[in-house]
Unconditional design. Structure first.
Length: 120
């Protein structure tokens, strides 16, 4: 069963670690985020087949990195449209999605365009 990113309980989740996996560049480009959900359960979100990411992060704040909110959009997102244009038809057969996570503690923003996400 596929989860809906927008329906996850994001507010006050805690980001523990962000890992960019490029050990197989162009074949398996993933971003992993270790997270503790508000109910205390720990998990990992994996953004699979990443085509673009902007991790606009601020550091130096002595506090857990909590999530304010998060959202996902599909092919109509302007950044997703720009990625398709940049690839000039080579990835038109791949469904891309835009994911955005806004963080409380440092006013940071994670923006990712990937094929899908999974939670383990």
């Amino acid at each position: 069963m596929k989860m809906n990113f927008n329906n996850l309980n994001w507010h006050d989740s805690i980001i523990k670690k962000i890992i960019i996996d490029r050990k197989s560049p162009g074949i398996n480009d993933d971003i992993r985020i270790e997270i503790t959900w508000p109910n205390g359960i720990e998990g990992t979100i994996i953004f699979k087949n990443v085509y673009w990411a902007d991790l606009d992060m601020n550091f130096g704040v002595v506090s857990s990195e909590s999530v304010l909110n998060a959202k996902s959009e599909g092919i109509n997102n302007e950044i997703v449209k720009s990625i398709y244009l940049k690839w000039k038809g080579y990835i038109d057969n791949i469904d891309l999605n835009y994911y955005e996570v806004n963080l409380n503690s440092t006013a940071s923003k994670l923006r990712i365009v990937s094929h899908e996400f999974i939670i383990i």
